[in-house]
Design a protein around this ligand. Structure first.
Ligand SMILES: Nc1ncnc2c1ncn2[C@@H]1O[C@H](COP(=O)(O)OP(=O)(O)OP(=O)(O)O)[C@@H](O)[C@H]1O
Length: 281
């Protein structure tokens, strides 16, 4: 069932076109929103979360149109949003922070019980009484995730939740996101193709405000089929090349005669899709 439908969403900031005619439909499961810096990911998520309106296009979330006040309210009540760089009051405990968001979300009946429920869901029972400033980055992200789960939203929007986390914390967060995506629509913005490979059933690639790919992660990898090869030294003319742990160079582009082809990854497909001008740093 379609939960989110975007048709021709566009938004400009002065002379910058942040989004340029973006259309897609989402249903339950985890969809990754992948794109380099400045691609328009945060702008798109903010529009979906009704934090800002689009200049043009139409959006329906769970059948509600956020252009009207009643539609906006209906969307906000059923949507969880973890913004990028969420601000935390350092002296709040984890419980107090989530409770504060619960008040803003107008959760009245059983509010404290609901706060305990979401903190439990992200594995932070033991840290409930700890001050935000005393928590690790990964734990803080989990508190943010808990706040996004208040009221059991049908649609959850997560803006780069794995950024700045160490590998173990990242794994933990991915597991949580995969779990959250069972029976819910989750849109997860990320720079990391590993996030997409491990939790997303679908991936949308955004670049310069436009959708460049929308499909299964394996289909994104398949774009690079026959265009990835390995060689003992760097070959000129490759779109991208880097040294791997084994000492050989991994190349993307048009392989020279006799090149040793390798199985493409999602990252290979992504880099190829963006072309050399858009290769992320
Ligand atoms: N409030 C704003 N005022 C002016 N320009 C903005 C504003 N917000 C975003 N932009 C511009 O819109 C474009 C898209 O930005 P956006 O933050 O949506 O990209 P992003 O894909 O989330 O990037 P990142 O991965 O770096 O967070 C960029 O060129 C950005 O500079």
């Amino acid at each position: 069932m379609t939960t989110v439908r975007a048709e021709g969403l566009s938004l400009r900031f002065g002379r910058t076109t942040a989004l340029d005619g973006v259309s897609f439909a989402l249903s339950d499961g985890v969809t990754g929103l992948l794109g380099p810096n400045g691609a328009g990911k945060t702008t798109l998520l903010r529009i979906l979360a009704t934090a800002i309106p689009a200049d043009a296009g139409a959006l329906h979330v769970l059948g509600n149109d956020p252009r009207g006040a009643a539609g906006r309210l209906a969307v906000r009540r059923r949507l969880g949003y973890l913004p990028q760089n969420q601000g935390f009051h350092p002296h709040f405990t984890a419980f107090e922070f989530v409770d504060y968001i619960a008040i803003l979300k107008e959760i009245v009946a059983g509010r404290h019980e609901e706060v305990r429920r979401v903190l439990h869901a992200v594995g932070l029972d033991a840290q409930r009484g700890k001050k935000m400033k005393a928590l690790s980055g990964g734990m803080r992200q989990r508190v943010g995730l808990a706040a996004a789960l208040l009221g059991d939203p049908a649609v959850v929007i997560l803006d780069e939740p794995t950024v700045g986390l160490d590998p173990e914390q990242r794994l933990r967060l991915r597991e949580l996101v995969a779990h959250i995506g069972e029976g819910r629509t989750v849109l997860l913005s990320t720079h990391q193709t590993e996030d997409v490979a491990s939790v997303c059933q679908r991936v949308i690639v955004l670049h310069q405000g436009r959708i460049r790919f929308d499909g299964e992660p394996s289909a994104l990898a398949a774009i690079a089929e026959g265009r990835v090869w390995s060689a003992p030294s760097k070959v000129d003319g490759a779109l991208a090349a880097w040294r791997t742990g084994g000492g050989d160079y991994h190349h993307i582009g048009v392989p020279p005669a006799g090149a040793r082809p390798v199985e493409p990854s999602i990252e290979d497909g992504y880099l190829l899709l963006l072309d050399s001008s858009g290769v992320p740093a």
